[in-house]
Design a protein around this ligand. Sequence first.
Ligand code: SIN
Length: 498
Amino acid sequence: MATFDASVFGLKDSSLIKTQGLIDGKWVDAKDRSTFQVTNPATLEELATVPDMGVEETKEAIDAAARAFPSWSATTPKHKQELLHKLHNLMVEHHDDLSRLITIENGKALSDAIGENRYSASFLDWYAAEALRTYGDHIPSVVPGLRNVVIKQPVGVVAILTPWNFPSAMITRKLGAALAAGCTAVIKPAPETPFSALALAELCNRAGFPPGVVNIVTTQKNVVSVGKEMCESKTVKKVTFTGSTNVAKLLYSMAASTLKKISIEAGGNAPFIVFDDANIDEAVTAAIACKFRGGGQTCVCANRLYVHASVYDEFASKLAAQVSAFKVGNGVADGVTHGPLIHRRALEKVHSHVEDAVSRGASVVIGGKPLTPDDPSSSFYHPTILTDVPTDALVNTEETFGPLASLTKFETEEEVLHLANNVDVGLAGYLFSRDVGRVWRVAEKLEVGMVGTNVGMITQAAIPFGGIKESGIGREGGPRGIDEYMNEKLIVFGGIGA
Ligand code: SIN
C-alpha cells in the first residue's frame, strides 16, 4: 500500500482527505485489505489508495443503513432540515478545498469545479427546505361514509451509484433527497473519483448525521458484484444511478429481481440547433458553455450541433475564435480553462469519433488530435471543431463525451427535427431562435426530458432533471424530486358514521 501524502492534495483542511470507506459511522478498510490507486488525470501522479471493497462490506453497509433507518426516518422534518443545512454550510465553509479536490481527482478546470461545488451544495439547501414539504393528500370519497387520505413515507435504504464527471454534485442530488425524505443511504462513488464522496461523508459526520445514515463503499475491481448486491438485496428499497446507458440497463435488469424502485440518469446525445433567425453571438457563447464545460464530459452537453445553412459559416468562425482562446492544462493552474479528460480511454473515444467523421468527409477547423500526441499516457485532448460532419458519422449517432464540437448543416425545421430525434436517447436538447412560435413548436417536438431555448446551461437544484427514451427513468431535483424516495400510502377511514 502506498504511503498517503496529504501534500499532493494541497488542501487547507487535510482531514477532509479520507482513504477508507465509511460503514456504520466508522472509517474502515476492505476486509482483505486490498486497495486501489486513484490518480490525478492531469499529472498522472498517484493521489492515494482507497479500499477495494466487495460484497461483504456492501452487505455490512446495507445492514448498517437498515439499522439506522427506523430512528432517522422518525426524526422530525425540522431536524432533518437542520442537519441538511449544517451539511450545506460545511460545504460552503470548505468551498475552496472541496472545489480543489474535484479538480485534482476529476481533472476539470478549477472554475468548473468551483461551479460544481456550489451546484452540489445547492441540492442540500433545496432538499433541506423540501424536508418540510412531504405533504400528502385528502381525496374526496365517491363512496358515502369513507374518507381517503394519502401519506408519504420514506422508502427505506437507498443505494446510490454515482459517476466521475460530477464527483460531488451527482451525490448530493440523490443524497439530499434521500435524507430529506427520511431514507438512509449506501453510496458507491466512481472508482476514478472517490475523494469528493469521502470528504462529503466526513462532512456528514461533522454535521451530526447518526452512524449508519450515510455509508460509503469504495470499489474498483468489484464494481459489478457490488452493484449487483445493491440491486438484488431485499433490504435495499431503491437504487439510484447516474452513468452510462449500458450500465443502466444492467442495473435495471438486476433490480428487476426485487422489483425495487429505481431512478436512472443515463447517457445523452444532445442536439443543439441554431436556426437562421437566432442571435448568433448568444448561440456561440451558449455553445461554449454547453459543449465544453468539464471538457464536454457532461450528460447534458451538446453533442450534435445543427446549424442552419445561412448562418453556418458565421457560427463556425465565431465558435472557432472562442475555442482557440481556451487554455488547456492542469485544472488547478492559473488561467487554465479546460483540463484533461478523465483517462486515456476517454481520449481514445473522442479521437475515434474525429477520425470516423474525417474519414466520411468532415473538415477539422481546430484541434482534432491529442494535445501531446507523442505521450501515449496523457489524456489531454485538443478542443476540437469539425464542420460538414455527415449525419451518419459516429459523433452524430453516439455520445462522444469530450471536447468535440461537431457541426452539421440543415435547411428546414422538419429536417432538423428528424435528425435531432433520430437517436435512442433523449436527455437534453437546445434550440436558438427568436421566433416564439418556432421555439414552442420545436421545444414540444424534441424527444428529450429537458430543453434549453436560447440558453446552453439549464440545470439547477430547483428543476426536474432527467430524460426520456434510453436516457433514464425518473426525475432528480425540482419540486417532485423527493417523491422518488417516498412511497405513497393510502389510508381509507370508515366507520365515521356520517
Ligand atoms: C450530468 O452530466 O449528468 C449532470 C449535468 C448537470 O447536472 O448539469
